[in-house]
Design a binder for this molecule. Structure first.
Ligand code: PLP
Length: 388
């Protein structure tokens, strides 16, 4: 039985072309990109090429607006902590209730340890941001707004360009965690007021442990990691050159395939959703049906435990997720679904299917073949279980 991987929002397979691009940087091209001799300078050239590949993917104006990091979590931390440092007379953060833990845990820590005021803007039952609450939270006390581009669980897309314009009016910096959006939706950052953006290679067929922080030219910044002068003093430490080269190649491929892939992924996703909803009574799609990533379907199956569905899908050779991968393992229902006011029992029964350019029609066929039997089996089991 072929294994089917539909958990691409957790991570993606590294593209073979990316692996190929990286390999020489483990062997012959091992030099330090900061060295000016014959071993270092070609590596420096490769790092600059990767910067330009990322610049093209996100539509940045200049390639030096990209600083390489170890991934999404570091970029998120670097952006928020820097804003508090460079704007000492402002002590508030505006974020949303549905951010990734890379933002929410840091905010909770800052609240507790430093007395920073955090506004967590609520969402409605479709996962859409409460714009009125957002407007109210924006005051001259706010140092940074950090709102994600697309949600990792539901795929819902927030109107970040408009939110950034609003933040600009009160002089706050605007950061977006675009880890799930980069490589999946077209971007033209130079035409927006976004100051900082986080991205991560492993979400778009690049390697793990490497990402970047986009920093608009002129935005004040204090680096999270202090040390040498790498990355123009924005991120100390010898660069992860194989990772950076792989990230650059992944960006190039994502841009090349994006238009065609988006149409294809949307059609796979829509067929999956339609097929599941037709076959399984009491199931529904969560999140905004219009403004969302083309690759993500989050489906609630009422009267079952999501973990049970996950287990039986896994036994049928299908890998997906019952919440975000970072929180699965804990039995707490996802904070994203709770923020959407989805009842506890339903939030427990939600499965995320996320596609990538490795996904194909047969993957959808296979899910549709087994899903009815799996949900019926679990529902029968819970009906026959003695209560008390
Ligand atoms: N932000 C979002 C929205 C994510 O989905 C993830 C990963 O799941 C991260 C941040 C963390 O990124 P990384 O794994 O590169 O640290």
């Amino acid at each position: 039985m072929r294994s089917i991987y539909l958990d691409n929002n957790a991570t993606t397979r590294v593209d073979p072309e990316v692996v190929e691009a990286m390999l020489p940087f483990f062997t012959d091209q091992f030099g330090n990109p900061s060295s000016t001799h014959a071993f270092g300078s070609p590596v420096g050239v490769a790092v600059r090429k990767a910067r330009r590949q990322l610049q093209a993917l996100i539509g940045a104006e200049f390639d030096d607006e990209i600083a390489f990091t170890s991934g999404g979590t570091e970029s998120d931390n670097a952006a928020i902590l820097s804003a508090l440092e460079v704007m000492p007379d402002r002590t508030e953060i505006v974020t949303s209730a549905v951010e990734h833990p890379a933002v929410l845990s840091l905010c909770a820590h800052l609240e507790k340890a430093r007395g920073v005021k955090v506004h967590r803007i609520p969402v409605d039952r479709h996962g859409r941001l409460d714009l009125e609450a957002y407007g109210t939270a924006l005051t001259h006390r706010v140092a940074i707004v950090s709102i994600m581009w697309a949600n990792n669980e539901t795929g819902t897309i927030f109107p970040v360009a408009m939110l950034a314009e609003m933040a600009k009016k009160i002089g706050a910096l605007f950061h977006t965690d675009a880890v799930q959006a980069v490589g999946k939706v077209p971007m033209d950052l130079q035409s927006t007021a976004i100051d900082m953006l986080s991205l991560s290679g492993h979400k778009f067929h690049g390697p793990k442990g490497v990402g970047a922080l986009y920093l608009r030219r002129g935005v004040p910044f204090s680096s999270l990691i202090k040390g040498g002068h790498q990355e123009r003093d924005r991120r100390a430490g010898t660069e992860n050159t194989p990772g950076i080269v792989g990230l650059g190649k992944a960006a190039e491929l994502a841009l090349k395939f994006m238009d065609d892939e988006n149409i294809r992924l949307k059609s796979l996703r829509d067929r999956l959703e339609k097929g599941v909803l037709q076959r399984v009574p009491d199931s529904f799609v969560t999140g905004d049906r219009l403004e969302r990533l083309p690759n993500t379907a989050n489906i609630a199956f009422q009267h079952v435990e999501g973990e049970g569905v996950l287990l039986l899908l896994n036994r049928s050779g299908i890998a997906c997720s019952s919440a975000s991968a970072c929180t699965s393992g804990s039995l707490e229902p996802s904070h994203v679904l709770r923020a959407m006011d989805i009842p506890h029992a339903v939030a427990h029964a939600t499965i995320r299917f996320s596609f990538s350019r490795d996904s194909c029609d047969e993957d959808v066929d296979r899910v549709l073949e087994v899903i009815t039997g799996i949900v019926e089996k679990l529902r029968d089991g819970s009906r026959s279980r003695p209560r008390g």
